[in-house]
Write a protein that binds this ligand. Structure first.
Ligand code: NI
Length: 267
């Protein structure tokens, strides 16, 4: 079994291929003398019996991760759980799944056909979380899925890859204020997700978050290469609960807006 550190490093390298901006922003922080820790890493899947949250979580549990909170996103038809590691320096793992019983028959039938193409051996791999796209996919089908669910189209196009890494703001020195951090990132030319305001959540939620918008990257489909949104980089600041301990959960109404960071920009 590979070490957790190796897996997370491999996932970071894979993620930077889908989001070259993340590496640039990471480097800007380290150039300022900052040590960048990750608050969480997010993964996406479908709630098909073979590919639900547990298909990804099972591997992280072997490294000691424990299930903590769960979250519902009614409008987007998503359900999510988050996992924590006993070593607090390790990022939380946030896994969401599209609820296939709630989407249209078109999406449900399409996803069922995709899942049929996934060999058990891929799901059983300890680095399944970065296995890539294990099914055939055309740009035409991707675009059809996106009309109803941006989330479904993203998973259909990329398969299993880290959706985003999240800078843990509390560990930064010069950028411990999310507004200061946002202004710094924007000042370097990156676009932030403004859906619901740039800062999602308040101190009353014990969690403030912001994120870049995913820039488009070329993806190979069976009917040619097309540029589509890749991954975004997120920033999270946590606040202490009444007992003095930092809140470790997530805020559904904030995450709901953050999901939109991979939406296609309307042209
Ligand atoms: Ni996140």
């Amino acid at each position: 079994m590979m070490s957790l550190e190796t897996l997370l490093e491999n996932m970071w390298v894979d993620y930077c291929k889908l989001n070259p901006d993340a590496k640039k922003i990471y480097d800007l922080f380290t150039a300022q003398g900052e040590t960048v820790l990750n608050d969480h890493i997010a993964l996406r899947t479908f709630n098909h019996p073979r590919l639900g949250i547990e298909s990804l979580a099972q591997h992280f549990k072997k490294w000691g991760y424990v299930e903590k909170g769960d979250y519902h996103f009614i409008e987007k038809k998503l359900y999510a759980k988050h996992y924590e590691h006993p070593n607090e320096k390790m990022p939380k793992i946030f896994i969401s799944e599209l609820e296939l019983e709630k989407v249209s028959p078109f999406i449900r039938d399409t996803v069922n056909k995709l899942v049929e193409q996934v060999p058990d051996a891929i799901i059983a791999k300890e680095d399944f979380a970065m296995a890539g796209r294990p099914w055939k996919m055309t740009y035409e089908l991707y675009a059809q899925l996106a009309k109803e669910s941006e989330y479904a189209s993203w998973v259909a196009a990329y398969g299993f890859r880290p959706n985003h890494f999240t800078v843990y703001i509390n560990n930064l020195e010069k950028f411990s204020d999310i507004k200061v951090l946002n202004d710094f990132v924007k000042g370097k030319g990156f676009v932030l997700n403004a859906s619901g305001g740039e800062i999602k959540g308040t101190t009353a939620d014990y969690l403030e978050q912001s994120s870049t918008m995913a820039s488009e990257i070329p993806v190979k489909f069976d009917d040619g290469t097309h540029s589509i949104p890749g991954c975004y980089y997120e920033f999270a600041k946590r606040y202490p609960l009444a007992d003095g301990k930092l809140y470790q959960g997530f805020v559904a109404k904030s995450a709901d807006k953050i999901f939109e960071s991979t939406n296609r920009i309307q042209k």
